[in-house]
Design a protein around this ligand. Structure first.
Ligand code: S3P
Length: 432
């Protein structure tokens, strides 16, 4: 469990400029693909969080040389599609579901066995969703009842068509990465579209991704990846905590720069508008198929808002930030979330832990199997528990700026998973 207690004081101000750390999802993918490429790739703006450090550590254990220059820039000496080496000991994905699931896809097609494990939170999360398709492709995987540790016995793989029950970019990516190593074609047909960073990154590394009219995506196995110079845009999921701060603080106005604006991640911006936030978006950059730009978010005319099942796959990671915004609204405003049972298998049970934290802060929260109803009420300084979840620690911290007294957030160091320096930035942006 992450340690550390952070103290958040009430604040009446949210004005300034902020640049967010590199996108976590894109960073993982660039590192993994660079490791499989032929030649030397560089990645600027790599996420400084512990999740993406876990991917680097695992790749190093698999024999990949990775140099860092201390400025968020990695140089990755690719080993080619089948050039990874058997790791000495276990691969530790720490808190990172993306590391464990995407790596499983790559290791399923390598000619050696690997063991993937993680921290207490990750070892509770479901892995059958990747074990099942990888097994159908020909891999053998032992698990502890569908959970980590996974022992992946790499085999010669063959392509499949996979239609997962739950929309998941991690599952899609796992299967597509295994597809690179499989004979024939591999396709994934999702029940709803999810973030497409893997598809865009594959295209940039020179691997054509087939898009079918039914929405499925596919790759042909055996193609080589060409090394690249890459730059990771800022993380829109991290940016949404600042958006909530600006939109939830009377007079608030924040410029958030260098944010990734991939359309499969921007559904949250529409929801911010529905919630009455002032929002200007300037997309002015694009790199390796990933658009980026700046956001200006301001306090507007707060309105009750809803997140419906069809919205959920496009903004699953932003629900804690949106809950913070709702909790900061004038009394009686509500946020209703439906069809989000996947929140229960994230870094924490994000429905229960979110409800407990916002209730402690003074909001009214009704919890359902697949969502919750949060009602804004006067917030008070209190003690809340992050449940080891970086996004909850940040959500509680943002809402706590509107409380009448000081709030203590236990397990606050969880923010290091995606946003080291978050609390310092919060102080900077809220201090006159
Ligand atoms: C991610 C996909 C999502 C998301 C996670 C990152 C990714 O998870 O919640 O934070 O990088 O592919 P699922 O694939 O489990 O929905």
């Amino acid at each position: 469990m992450p340690s550390g207690t952070a103290t958040v004081a009430p604040a009446a101000r949210a004005i300034g400029r902020v640049a967010v750390p590199g996108d976590k999802s894109i960073s993982h993918r660039y590192a993994l693909l660079a490791a499989l490429a032929d030649g030397v790739s560089t990645i600027g703006g790599y996420s400084p969080g512990a999740d993406c450090a876990a991917t680097v550590a695992c790749l190093r254990r698999l024999g990949v040389r990775i140099d860092t220059d201390g400025d968020g820039r990695l140089t990755i000496h690719g080993r080619g599609l089948t050039g990874l080496c058997r790791a000495q000991g276990t691969l530790d994905a720490a808190n990172s579901g993306t590391t464990a699931r995407l790596l499983a896809g790559i290791l399923a097609g390598q000619p050696f066995d690997s063991t993937i494990t993680g921290d207490d939170s990750l070892t509770r999360r479901p892995m059958r969703r990747v074990i099942e398709p990888l097994t159908r492709m020909g891999a053998r995987i032992d698990s502890r009842d569908g959970r980590l540790p996974l022992v992946v016995h790499g085999e010669a793989l063959h392509g499949i068509v996979h239609a997962p029950q739950v929309p998941s970019a991690q599952v899609k990516s796992c299967v597509l990465l295994a597809g690179l190593l499989a004979a024939g074609r591999t396709r994934v047909l999702e029940p709803a579209p999810t973030r497409d960073h893997t598809e865009r990154a594959l295209g940039a590394f020179g691997i054509p991704v087939e898009h079918d009219t039914d929405g499925s995506v596919g790759v042909a196995g055996g193609q080589r990846l060409a090394a690249l110079r890459l730059r990771v845009p800022g993380d829109i999921s991290g940016a949404m905590f600042w958006a909530a701060l600006a939109a939830g603080t009377p007079g608030g106005r924040l410029d958030i720069r260098g944010v990734g604006l991939n359309p499969t991640r921007t559904a949250v911006l529409e929801v911010l508008r529905r919630a009455g936030a002032g929002l200007d978006v300037h997309a002015d950059d694009e790199h390796a198929g990933e658009p980026a730009g700046s956001l200006r978010v301001a306090f507007g005319a707060p309105r009750s808002f809803e997140i419906m099942p069809a919205d959920v796959p496009g903004l699953i990671d932003e629900i804690p930030a949106l809950a913070a915004l709702a909790a900061m609204m004038p009394e009686g405003h509500t946020l209703a979330v439906h069809g989000a049972s996947e929140l229960r298998v994230k870094e924490s049970d994000r429905i229960s832990a979110l409800a407990a934290g916002f209730r402690a802060l003074g909001a009214g929260v009704d919890e359902y199997d697949d969502g919750f109803l949060l009602e804004a009420r006067p917030l008070r300084g209190t003690e809340v528990e992050s449940a080891g979840d970086h996004r909850l620690a940040m959500a509680f911290a943002i809402a706590a700026t509107r409380a009448t007294g000081t709030t203590r957030i236990r397990g606050a160091s969880a923010v290091d998973v995606s946003y080291p320096g978050f609390f310092e930035e919060l102080t900077r942006l809220t201090t006159p």
